[in-house]
Design a protein. Structure first.
Length: 397
């Protein structure tokens, strides 16, 4: 089952007596009743507060703690009614048992807000929970707009998808800008889409209209997200953009990392790098991985293993058998060797016995001998490499 992450909001209010600050013992606490996390499968959350402090080192401190089950992220703000104060909670350094956030306020600050020896505290929480995609996606109002005739078409190959022009303008700034001017699409009332398949276009538009996904997969959601990125459709990206991150697996990794790279999703690409580092041996066996753009793989390896240069990537690729990456990176050296990259290239070529690259280096040295042999970097190379490339440059290779 495909899952997504949603943010739900809730709040709870409780009263504190001024006498609690003096009569309660350190470590003595009170709790609010458990509350069901909205949209969850009976997951619960509650607030625990210590009027005089949780430990001996926090005496005369009012402490509030948030406990929530199976959440991926949380935000809590604590407000004192009538004070205008709204304090943001901090993450617990070592969360356990569902206890995740806390706030502490010194008594001298809290006392100023008491009225008639009591005050009312409201804790507002935002909790990120994971739910089935079909549970989260709700029909939108446009599900009931079939009575309005369509007046525009999206064309993919021989397939045509009738849509409402005004609806496209509402959901997409790109379409809106297109319709503001005398463009060919505006005059013909047709947009041809050549880089996205018809099934994806239809699924994306259906989703915007409020129809549910039919048997969604992570790969199909990623395709829809690509469409949304192209046309800047937040109706799609806002509810779906967390799915690739929360549903990443070895099987769907290639689709996700390709999307992150093509659409410049930096945070997602970073997570892909981390995931690849943990599962490199399994991922590189996947057939689709070898079909990804080599430049993507280069950036992925740099991020995963903190590799700084393409030569670092080349060495890693040799070590792990990613020869298509080796071929790609070496080709750029064969085609356009530079003075700046010469010494690093020579070292790599002799280190890994790359004969074609050795010959290119030798020709380059023969052509730029004066510039190269006056560089300290050249003579910092191992002596045997300097001798070998010098000899080769004087031969009829």
């Amino acid at each position: 089952m495909i899952m997504t992450t949603i943010t739900v909001k809730d709040c709870v209010t409780f009263k504190v007596l001024k006498s609690d600050l003096t009569e309660k013992k350190v470590e003595e606490y009170m709790e609010t009743p458990e509350r069901c996390i909205p949209c969850s499968d009976n997951l619960m959350w509650l607030i625990r507060y210590y009027p005089t402090g949780r430990r001996l080192d926090s005496i005369k401190t009012f402490c509030v703690y948030l406990k929530a089950q199976q959440i991926t992220d949380a935000k809590m703000r604590v407000g004192v009614d009538g004070s205008g104060t709204n304090l943001r909670a901090s993450e617990l350094p070592n969360p356990s048992g569902g206890w995740i956030q806390y706030i502490s306020v010194r008594h001298e600050h809290l006392k100023q807000w008491f009225k008639n020896d009591k005050l009312t505290i409201t804790c507002r929480v935002e909790l990120d929970i994971t739910v089935p995609l079909t549970m989260h996606v709700k029909p939108h109002i446009f599900e009931s707009c079939e009575h309005v005739p369509t007046d525009f078409e999206l064309v993919v190959g021989s397939n045509r998808l009738p849509v409402h022009k005004s609806f496209l303008s509402m959901i997409s700034p790109v379409f809106h800008a297109m319709f503001l001017h005398e463009t060919a699409e505006n005059r013909s009332e047709v947009v041809e889409i050549t880089d996205i398949d018809f099934g994806t276009v239809k699924a994306a538009i259906d989703f915007c209209y409020g129809r549910r996904f039919q048997n969604p997969t992570v790969e199909s959601v990623v395709d829809v997200l690509r469409f949304a990125d192209k046309y800047n459709i937040k109706t799609i990206t806002n509810p779906l953009e967390k799915i690739p991150l929360t549903s990443m697996s070895i099987d769907n990794f290639c689709a996700i990392v390709h999307y992150a790279y093509d659409c410049s999703k930096e945070a997602l690409f970073t997570e892909c790098s981390n995931f690849y580092k943990r599962h490199e041996n399994d991922i590189k066996k996947v057939e689709k991985f070898g079909k990804l753009p080599p430049q993507l793989i280069t950036e992925l390896l740099k991020g995963a293993f903190n590799l700084n240069t393409n030569f670092d990537v080349l060495r890693h690729a040799h070590k792990t058998g990613l020869m298509f990456v080796v071929t790609y990176l070496e080709q750029s050296l064969l085609d356009s060797l530079t003075l700046e990259g010469f010494c690093s290239t020579v070292k790599y070529a002799w280190e890994y016995s790359r004969n074609d690259l050795k010959n290119v280096c030798a020709k380059f040295l023969n052509k730029h001998r004066l510039e190269i042999t006056t560089k300290n970097e050249f003579f910092d190379l191992p002596g045997e490499i300097v001798l070998a490339v010098s000899k080769l440059s004087l031969t009829d290779y």
